[in-house]
Write a protein that binds this ligand. Sequence first.
Ligand code: ZN
Length: 393
Amino acid sequence: MTSMALVVMCVAMFAGGRGLAAGSVGDVLRVRFGGDAERTRVVLDLGSSARGEIVESGSGGSVVLTLAGVAPPRALDGAGSGLVRGYRVTGTGTASRVELQLARSGEVERRFLLPPGDGVPNYRYVIDLRGVGPARAANRQAQATVPRAETRRTERPLIVIDAGHGGRDGGARGANHNESALTLAAALALKAELERTGRYRVMMTRTNDAYVDLYQRVRIARNADADLFISLHADAGSDPATRGASVYTLSEQGASRAVREVTRGDNWHRDLHLPGRDPSVDRILLDMTQRATQNRSAQFARVLLSHIEAADQPLLRRSHRDAGLAVLLAPDVPAVLLEMGFITNPDDERALADERRRGRLMRAVAEGIDRYFREPSAPLQIASTGGGAGGQP
Ligand SMILES: [Zn+2]
């Protein structure tokens, strides 16, 4: 089912990308709202992929952005909800102008494009708004929830650990073990390591041999407002001599490298990959990840690798591989996928199945996480996309 859903999604993305390249313009289907007066999510359902750019950031009482690639046949307008009093979407031929009138001062906390998926057949452009200014202070008494941006400064970082595969999806097979069992054991070991430090909150995408949909894994990280998402896997190759750990992040070159992986035919994680079929698909993959998050993911990947190496764990020669992996598509949570070693290599499989050696590897990973959160250049605050900074390329 998952593979099928992914295939459908790839095809949809491919078609969308081609449509865009050919110069056709998609429709703006409708505008939806969620959340409350403090934080409001605006979702624009789109007939194709689009590229957003902020024109007005909300401090003056309205948010205006342009969406290139989509235009409504006629103007859409209506009442909003939460922070948004009303909206108006007008078309300018090949682009849309989206105007959100706010009930008070606000800011764009994040915005991103989602491809068709999760049972939604169309693209979505999501804008998360946050109220700022005096009204917020006045509301605080009545507000049951503390705004997350304030929470984040005082709370310990939240790490979401994703044990790859599970349930009916056993992942790659070694001589004696299924990948899904090794990733769960490693995830539990990493959880224990991180909790032992007292410096992190930890959440797992699964804690037993359960099947969890790939997009559900991403949703868990996003809904929890995670500071870091780490997905654990074991690699597989046709050559039993190939061994070592490697780290994936999604990057500008990512999608094309993933294509080579799949074409080579030795990748058993095919269900995880969203290979780009042509450059326009690469663009869409890129659009889904904000550059700021990309940089932070890459930074974490480097730190992680240095710690794994320091723990005398073998590394695959070019160990920081970038790829378009479904679980890395949370657009606003720094995310990496760690291939802990090759389950098809007898030494690696033994090491991953051995509690002590697995524990040592996870200690190195925990140290990498520690280092990442202590680096002065790695601010805990996820970069805001307000005003276009850190926005889409
Ligand atoms: Zn895997």
